[in-house]
Design a binder for this molecule. Structure first.
Ligand code: PLP
Length: 389
């Protein structure tokens, strides 16, 4: 039977990482050894204390419905922690807790953007941005991130794109897939445009704790006049190695938080109570596990950037945050798709840049969420593939 799907879902495709993972697993099932550099999640375990906190909560019966926006204790802790780290002062009422960060991308967009209005989002960028924009019925307007300016927003492109129909601008810093950080001056440029055209900004700061060389990552929310038109998106997935727990949050002006909570109420219900108590444990305890994870990522970043720059035809910038590198592979003579295919055949799973949008072409993404020893082995395999071309 052919199903007549609603038009709003017609352009949906699975995220590239899931597709490559499935192909890699097929090869593994046939006995091939694959080094996984396609997956965007920390490879370290969730600290055991968080699991104990959740287990205690389950034993105490914290297994029922709870407020859609999250339990008061966690919202207050998030407001305090997120505010302190950004030099801002947030109230608990501004925080909406969600199962993972993703609902706090989709629901604010649903709450703010009418069908036919425009949303600007980074390209290359996290694939759900475009997918969710299209599902809301809005017009998706990609803004180029260029290697030539450290993968920050291309200002000329942005100025050309933002107009009276623009309702929302999505930023992501440090960024997936590039690891680029948007400098203060570019944020000021975006803020001026957003205020002039009266649009909202969704600032995806999920990698804000994973930054290198002591670089502070500025947030647009801290610029004058911006807190009242900004949604800060963050969560526990990356910072605390809790991707499978599904715990994230958005911080936004109270009226929007109330509207987003209503969407959560009807669309999801609430976030598991015991998961939120694991989040309370994460925020209130010592942060040394985060610090050592970030130190390990920095060492791996140095190793992979150095190794990639030694490969023929490969050129790689040093990312300032997140756990991805986005090297330029144009000089190998391969498209990014066939580069990724050949590497998979050679035993290394990575993603073509076009999995993140048109402007990703000529690049591939490698996640250094694998051990230093495996990164070295992956680089050797890549060298072998490139030498055999
Ligand atoms: C840029 C970016 N934003 C948001 C998310 C979603 O995070 P979560 O798994 O908490 O929904 C991810 C996850 O890969 C991401 O890379």
């Amino acid at each position: 039977m052919t199903v007549a799907f609603a038009q709003r879902t017609e352009s949906l495709r699975p995220e590239g990482a899931y597709q490559v993972l499935a192909r890699a697993q097929e090869l593994e099932a046939r006995g091939k050894d694959i080094i996984h550099l396609e997956i965007g999640e920390p490879d370290c375990p969730t600290p055991t204390k968080f699991g104990h906190a959740a287990a205690r909560a389950i034993a105490e019966g914290k297994t029922h419905y709870n407020p859609s926006a999250g339990i008061r204790e966690l919202r207050a802790l998030i407001a305090d922690d997120a505010g302190r780290r950004r030099g801002l002062s947030f109230r608990a009422e501004q925080v909406v807790v969600s199962p993972g960060a993703k609902p706090n991308l989709f629901f604010p967009a649903l709450a703010l953007v009418n069908p036919g209005e425009e949303v600007v989002y980074p390209d290359p960028g996290f694939p759900p941005y475009e997918a969710m924009i299209r599902v809301t019925g809005a017009v998706a307007r990609p803004v180029a991130l260029l290697e030539s300016n450290g993968f920050s927003i291309d200002r000329d492109d942005l100025a050309r794109l933002v107009n009276a129909r623009t309702r929302l601008i999505i930023l992501n810093s440090p960024g997936n897939p590039t690891g680029g950080v948007i400098p203060q001056a570019d944020l000021e440029f975006v803020a001026e445009l957003a205020q002039r055209h009266d649009c909202w900004v969704l600032s995806d700061e999920i990698y804000s704790r994973i930054t290198f060389d002591g670089h502070a990552v500025p947030t647009i929310a801290a610029l004058p006049g911006m807190t009242e038109r900004t949604i800060v998106l963050d969560g526990f997935s990356k910072t605390y190695a809790m991707t499978g727990w599904r715990l994230g949050y958005g911080i936004m002006p109270v009226p929007l938080a109330e509207r987003v909570s209503l969407l959560l109420n009807h669309g999801i219900g609430c976030t598991a109570h015991f998961t939120q108590l694991a989040g309370v444990e994460a925020l209130s305890g010592p942060q040394d596990a985060v610090d050592s994870m970030v130190a390990e990522f920095q060492a791996r970043r140095d190793r992979i950037v150095e190794g990639l720059n030694r490969l023929p035809g490969v050129r790689c910038l040093k990312p300032q945050g997140a756990f991805y590198v986005f090297p330029n592979i144009e000089a190998t003579g391969l498209s990014c798709e066939s580069f990724a295919d050949r590497m998979l055949e050679g035993g290394v799973a990575l993603l073509p840049g076009t999995a993140f949008g048109e402007h990703g072409k000529g690049h591939v993404r490698l996640a250094f969420t694998n051990s230093g020893a495996n990164i070295d082995r992956a680089l050797q395999r890549m060298q072998a593939v490139l030498s055999s071309l």
